[in-house]
Design a protein around this ligand. Structure first.
Ligand SMILES: [Zn+2]
Length: 215
């Protein structure tokens, strides 16, 4: 994918955030690794006003390289994650409502659905509180997700970060995270949530990771 196509793809993927009910107004952002730099949403621009040219290119210390707008206020977090997790090619951040409700309770989302075992390989972990702006959030994401099966983390009192080999994979994880956060929330209203055995979680995750889909 060339640089123009990457900007076009990143712009198109951003439209999926409001379409899937993951964001309100200008909150939420997606970034893509671009060589030894990254492309990220500009700060404070509504999703319908985003264009390929408006995406901001920064180095992996969130210093702007290309673009006239300021990068998202979460740029330092994204940059930190790319620096410390070399396999990550895309990152999504949202305050999607059900997942963030779990975050406001500082509760991990327990793995009680086969779809969760497939996609996340266990619970979606909850990281500690960190203030926006510096690298504390990125450090917490890396600390929790490094070596974890889950491509998603919820952060206490804040929201969701998801990672993937590509921005599209990270977006899928963000959509699935909100979906299971909602279903498990609803399940708790009924009051008798049944655990999934670890051996079943392991076998579901293995099948989905290695066998499912088109080869
Ligand atoms: Zn946020």
């Amino acid at each position: 994918m060339n640089k123009v196509e990457l900007r076009e793809q990143l712009t198109a993927l951003h439209q999926e955030l409001p379409r899937n009910g993951l964001v309100t107004w200008t909150s939420g952002n997606i970034s893509a690794r671009d060589g030894d730099a990254m492309l990220i949403k500009p700060s404070g621009v509504t999703f319908e006003d985003l264009t390929p040219e408006s995406m901001v290119r920064t180095d992996l210390h969130a210093r702007r390289l290309e673009g006239t707008l300021s990068a998202s206020s979460d740029a330092a977090t994204h940059a930190y994650i790319y620096r410390h997790l070399p396999h990550v090619g895309g990152i999504v951040h949202t305050h999607s409502p059900y997942a963030t409700a779990w975050a406001a309770n500082a509760r991990e989302i327990p793995c009680v659905l086969t779809a969760m075992a497939d996609e996340f390989g266990g619970p979606i972990p909850c990281g500690g509180f960190a203030l926006i702006g510096g690298e504390e959030i990125g450090a917490e994401v890396v600390r929790v997700l490094k070596g974890h099966r889950s491509p998603a983390i919820i952060l206490k009192n804040h929201g969701v970060f998801t990672i993937g080999p590509s921005p599209r994979a990270a977006l899928k994880a963000a959509v699935m995270c909100e979906d299971v956060a909602r279903t498990v929330f609803l399940a708790h209203q009924l009051g008798n949530v049944q655990p999934l055995a670890q051996e079943h979680i392991d076998s579901l995750y293995d099948r989905y990771t290695n066998v499912y889909g088109q080869r």
